[in-house]
Design a protein around this ligand. Structure first.
Ligand SMILES: [Zn+2]
Length: 748
C-alpha cells in the first residue's frame, strides 16, 4: 500500500470531527473512503449500525408531487387548485415548502425569516392538512443555503467565506448571503428549524435541499475544524494529489454525513416514523460516497430535472441506475421539472410535452417513481399540467406492473467516484465520465439491458446477477477491488476494460503496471500516445476469419482508431488478434497522407478466454471516450461485439426492429415486463424533442426463467393483445409500432 499523508489523519478524524454541533453522535469514518488502508480495523457491524431504520411509509408512494412556493405566493396562489391537481394526478405523496430560506408558517425561531407575504396565515399548515385529507405522505422541504443581513450582522460566522477571506454575497440574489454548509448555521440553526417543523406538522420526513454548501468555504469554523481533523490548512488547489485537497474531499463528506445523521436523529426523536431525506447523490461525478449514502438513506430522490443542451434522452435513466446501484431495492424517486433546464435558469418556463414525456417515461422504465417539481405556486404558464396528468394517470392505471422488483440485466457498467475524485480531479468529466457515457450509449444502441454498478460494491453478493462487468477507464482501483474482479472472472464472469483501468490505486496514485495486468494479459510499457491523429485499426479478416468481434464489419478493411493509447506488452499468448494497429501518419499536406506502415503486430484489443469460462476483453485505448465524442458506428460495433463476446450466453431479452430504443426488463412478483422507450430523435440538430416519431414493428424475444410460465401477454400503452409466438421457454412478441413507449407485460 502506498503511504499517503491522509492516512495518518484518520484517527484524528475520529476524535475531532464534531467541532461545532458537538451534540451529534459521531458517525465512524466510512471504510469505503479508506479502502485498502484501514479496512481491517473497521468491522462491517460498525457500518451497519450507522444505517437507520426505514420509516413505515417509505416504500408506499408511487407518484410524487412537489410544490415549492416562492416568497410572494402566500395570499396569492390558489391552494384549492393545487390540492385538486394533486388529486387529478393521483399523487400519493407530496413535498411542500417549509422553511430555511423562507418560512411559510409562523415560526418562533429567531432569525428564521417569515415570508413577507405571510401575514398571520399558516400556508404550510393549510397545505399539509389538505394533503393529509387525501392520505398523501408529506415531506417538508427546507433550504438553508442563503440568508439575510440581520443574520449576517448577528452571526457573521454563519456566512460562507471565499478564498480571499471575504464573506460571500449570494450570486443570484445579491441582497442575500451564502451560508456555510459545514458550520453552526446548519448544525445549530437549521436543526432548530427542523425540530420546529416536525413538532408542528408531524411530517413523514424532511427533504433537505442545497444543504451541502455552495462551493468550498474558508470561514473560521471550516479552517479550525479542518485543521483539527486533518492537520492541514484548507487546500488552495484542486489537485487531488495535494494531500490537503485529498483530506478535504474526505473531511467534507464526513461533516455532511454527521450533519445528516444529526438532523435525522433529531426529527426522529419527535416523530419516530419519520426521517430526513437529503437531496444528494449521483454517479461518478457526485461528491458524497454513494455506498455510504445507500446505507444511510431509506429512499432517495434522483434530482435530474430535465434534458439540457445536447444531453442524451437516457441521461435521466442513467442517473436512476446509478442510485439503484447503491440503494438496491430501496425506492429511487425520479425528480423532474417541467421547465427548460439551461444555464440561464428560466425557472418559470415550460418544456415541450415530448421533452417531459421522454424524460419521465425513461425514468419510469428504469424503475424510478416519478416526482414532478414545480417552483412557484402561481402559474405563469400552465401548458405542462395536462402532460404530467396524462403520464401520472397512465402510471396509476398500470401501477401494478410498475412495482418493479428485479432488473433483468446480465451486464453491469461500473462507475467509480474514487476514480473521479482522485484520478479525474477537476477534469473528471472528460477523463472519467465520458468513457462511461460512450458505453452507456453503445449498450442502449445495442439493446442490451444493463445496470450500473458502484465500484465499492464489487463483492460477490452484489455482482452475482451479472455475467459481464464493464470497466470504462476505471483507473483508480484498490488491490482489494482488483481481487474482487479476479474472483468474478474466476467464477465464469466476463470483464471488459478500457484504457487506464486499474493503472492507479484507489488514491489516484499511478502504479508501475495495471492492477489487473494478469487479467488483461498485458503489462504497461510506461508510454502513452496522446493525442493520436489519423491512426487506424486494421481488421484481420484473414487471420481471424468470421471472428465475433468483427460482426457487422465484414466489409471493412480498417476503421478509425481512438485518440489516446497505452503502449502495452503482451504477457499471455494471444491466439487471435482480430484488430491490429495502423500507427498515426501525417494528415497534412495532403500529398504526405499515406500510411507509413500498412500492418503491425500490435493488437488493438486483447481477448482472453479463462479456463473457468470467464472472458476478458482489454482495449488499451479510449474507444469508449472516442465513441462518445465522435459516435462512429464502427466503434459502436466493436463495443457491442465485445459485450456480446464477453457475456457469451443467450440473452434473456432480445429485441430487433428499427429505431433507437431503451430496452429495460423487470422480473416482478407476478409479471415480467419489458419497457421499450422510443428515443429515436426527431430533430436534425442537437437533441431537442418536438414530437415523437413512431417506429415500426419490434420483435421482442423474452426467455422466461426456469419454472416460470406465462399466462397472459398484453401491451400496457396501446392496450392491445400482441401476436405472441412460443417456442419452449421463449416468447416472441410482435409490437406493431411504438410512438413514445410501450410496455410488454407478461403475467406469470
Ligand atoms: Zn465554513
Amino acid at each position: 500500500m502506498t503511504k499517503l499523508p491522509v492516512t495518518r489523519t484518520r484517527r484524528e478524524f475520529l476524535k475531532t470531527t464534531t467541532g461545532v454541533g458537538a451534540a451529534v453522535t459521531l458517525v465512524r469514518f466510512t471504510p469505503s473512503l479508506f479502502r485498502g488502508v484501514s479496512e481491517s480495523s473497521e468491522s462491517p457491524a460498525a457500518l451497519a449500525s450507522s444505517a437507520t431504520v426505514a420509516p413505515s411509509w417509505v416504500d408506499k408512494p408511487m407518484r410524487w408531487a412537489q410544490l415549492t412556493l416562492v416568497e410572494d405566493d402566500p395570499g396569492k396562489f390558489d391552494l384549492a387548485f393545487w390540492l385538486d391537481y394533486f388529486k387529478r394526478t393521483h399523487s400519493d405523496a407530496v413535498c411542500l415548502s417549509g422553511g430555511g430560506c423562507v418560512a411559510y408558517y409562523p415560526t418562533q425561531i429567531p432569525f428564521h425569516h417569515r415570508s413577507a407575504w405571510l401575514g398571520d396565515r399558516d400556508v404550510l399548515g393549510e397545505l399539509v392538512s389538505g394533503c393529509r385529507k387525501m392520505n398523501m405522505a408529506v415531506l417538508i422541504r427546507t433550504d438553508p443555503h442563503a440568508t439575510y443581513d440581520d443574520v449576517q450582522a448577528a452571526h457573521p460566522d454563519w456566512i460562507a467565506v471565499d478564498a480571499q477571506g471575504k464573506p460571500r454575497r449570494h450570486w443570484a440574489s445579491p441582497e442575500m448571503w451564502v451560508t456555510c454548509g459545514l458550520g453552526p448555521y446548519n448544525f445549530e440553526f437549521m436543526t432548530e428549524v427542523k425540530k420546529e417543523i416536525m413538532s408542528r406538522y408531524h411530517a413523514d420526513g424532511i427533504f433537505i435541499n442545497r444543504w451541502d454548501g455552495s462551493g468550498q468555504c474558508y470561514c473560521a469554523h471550516c479552517q479550525e475544524n479542518f485543521k483539527a481533523a486533518s492537520g492541514f490548512e484548507l487546500p488552495r488547489t484542486d489537485d487531488p494529489q495535494d494531500p490537503a485537497r485529498r483530506a478535504y474531499i474526505l473531511w467534507r463528506q464526513q461533516r455532511l454525513f454527521n450533519l445528516w445523521q444529526l438532523w435525522d436523529s433529531e426529527v426522529r426523536k419527535i416523530n419516530p416514523d419519520s426521517c430526513v431525506i437529503p437531496n444528494t447523490g449521483g454517479g461518478a461525478l457526485s461528491s458524497l460516497d454513494m455506498k455510504r449514502i445507500g446505507e444511510m438513506a431509506p429512499m432517495l430522490v434522483a434530482d435530474r430535472q430535465a434534458r439540457r443542451g445536447v444531453a442524451a434522452p437516457w441521461a435521466n435513466g442513467k442517473n436512476g441506475k446509478e442510485y439503484r446501484a447503491a440503494l438496491g431495492r430501496k425506492p429511487v424517486i425520479g425528480l423532474f421539472s417541467v421547465g427548460l433546464e439551461e444555464p440561464y435558469r428560466w425557472k418559470d418556463s415550460v418544456q415541450s410535452d415530448a421533452e417531459i414525456r421522454i424524460w419521465v417515461l425513461d425514468g419510469i422504465a428504469i424503475g424510478m417513481r416519478p416526482w414532478f417539481s414545480k417552483f412557484s405556486g402561481t402559474l405563469h404558464d400552465s401548458r405542462w399540467l395536462k402532460c404530467v396528468e396524462d403520464i401520472y394517470d397512465w402510471a396509476n392505471k398500470n401501477q401494478h406492473y410498475l412495482l418493479q422488483e428485479t432488473p433483468i440485466a446480465r451486464v453491469g457498467l461500473v462507475y467509480s467516484q474514487q476514480t473521479a475524485w482522485f484520478y479525474g480531479g477537476n477534469r473528471a468529466a472528460a477523463k472519467v465520465e465520458d468513457h462511461a457515457l460512450g458505453w452507456y450509449q453503445a449498450l442502449i444502441e445495442a439493446r442490451i439491458p444493463f445496470e450500473m454498478v458502484h465500484d465499492g460494491l464489487l463483492n460477490a453478493e452484489h455482482v452475482r446477477q451479472f455475467k459481464t462487468l464493464i470497466l470504462p477507464n476505471i483507473a483508480a482501483l484498490s488491490d482489494a477491488q482488483c481481487e474482487q474482479l479476479r474472483a468474478f472472472v474466476k467464477n465464469g464472469g466476463g470483464v471488459i476494460a478500457t484504457y487506464e483501468t486499474s493503472l492507479y490505486n484507489e488514491w489516484g496514485v499511478r502504479r508501475k503496471d495495471f492492477g489487473l495486468s494478469d487479467l488483461f494479459g498485458v503489462k504497461w510499457s510506461g508510454r502513452i500516445e496522446s493525442p493520436m491523429q489519423n491512426s487506424y485499426l486494421r481488421l484481420e479478416h484473414e487471420a481471424a476469419p468470421h471472428h465475433p468481434l468483427l460482426k457487422g464489419l465484414e466489409d471493412a478493411p480498417r476503421i478509425v482508431n481512438g485518440v489516446s493509447r497505452l503502449e502495452v506488452e503482451p504477457q499471455a499468448k494471444f491466439e487471435q488478434m482480430p484488430v491490429t494497429l495502423i500507427p498515426s501518419y501525417p494528415d497534412l499536406p495532403m500529398e504526405k497522407v499515406f500510411p507509413r506502415q500498412e500492418k503491425t503486430d500490435i493488437a488493438g484489443m486483447y481477448l482472453q478466454q479463462i479456463a473457468s469460462g470467464g472472458r476478458v476483453v482489454y482495449f488499451p485505448w479510449d474507444i469508449d471516450r472516442t465513441f462518445w465524442e465522435v459516435l462512429a458506428v464502427d466503434h459502436f460495433k466493436l463495443l457491442r461485439n465485445a459485450a456480446e463476446w464477453a457475456t457469451n450466453e443467450t440473452p434473456p431479452i432480445e429485441t430487433s426492429g428499427p429505431g433507437f430504443l431503451d430496452v429495460v426488463g423487470w422480473h416482478n412478483r407476478d409479471s415480467i415486463t419489458v419497457h421499450l422507450v422510443n428515443m429515436t430523435n426527431p430533430m436534425a440538430m442537437k437533441g431537442p424533442y418536438r414530437e415523437f416519431i413512431s417506429v415500426g414493428e419490434q420483435k421482442v424475444t423474452v426467455r422466461l426463467p426456469q419454472g416460470v410460465r406465462a399466462k397472459m401477454v398484453r401491451l400496457l400503452v396501446s392496450g392491445k393483445q400482441p401476436q405472441v409466438n412460443r417456442a419452449g421457454s421463449a416468447l416472441t412478441v410482435l409490437v406493431p409500432s411504438i410512438l413514445d413507449h410501450e410496455v410488454i407485460a407478461i403475467d406469470i
